[in-house]
Design a binder for this molecule. Structure first.
Ligand code: MG
Ligand code: FE
Length: 168
């Protein structure tokens, strides 16, 4: 495969990853009842993610990639499976906070790789787009890791209290 063919494949992967992110963030924010800070940050990142999808659409169109070959369907299935799995956990909120951080790190690594590939093939207009997205992923990852202790403490307090919902 040529560098350009690999790059185009990775653009499709990035798009599928963001569709998965969108599904996960939507289902998380819709379920959280008792953790307003986390819910607000997830809603903010959901809006950022929807913007990222639009930016990737533009990159994909500019690269002349056929949208019918997109990989989004499988990633949405994966997100649904993950969300459904989490709903059965009594510590859903803690598991969700951990997964969110891990997913942001995955995105950071993907955009870091994509920036190198875009530079290699000379898609300089897209490098700036990926750096902008990367900064949002980094900010979300930083927020997520910094708030895992809070979420954990709040969960433990609620879980120990009688008649108080802790899981979400
Ligand atoms: Mg993203
Ligand atoms: Fe993200």
């Amino acid at each position: 495969m040529t560098p350009l063919e690999n790059y185009h494949d990775w653009l499709r992967d990035a798009h599928a990853m963001e569709k998965q992110a969108e599904s996960m963030l939507k289902s998380m924010s819709g379920r959280i009842d008792n953790y307003p800070d986390l819910r607000a940050r997830i809603e903010q990142h959901l809006a950022e993610t929807e913007q990222q999808i639009k930016l990737l659409d533009e990159v994909i169109d500019r690269n002349g990639i056929n949208r019918s070959l997109m990989k989004d369907a499988t990633s949405k299935m994966a997100a649904m499976g993950q969300a459904a799995g989490g709903m059965f956990a009594s510590d859903e909120i803690v598991k969700g906070a951990i997964s969110s951080y891990a997913f942001e790190q995955f995105e950071i690594a993907c955009y870091t790789s994509l920036i190198s590939a875009a530079e290699k093939v000379g898609d300089t207009a897209s490098v700036a787009v990926f750096k902008q997205i990367l900064a949002q992923e980094q900010a979300m990852a930083d927020w997520a890791i910094n708030h895992i202790p809070d979420v954990t403490e709040q969960f433990l307090l609620r879980s120990a209290a009688k008649g108080v919902e802790a899981k979400k």
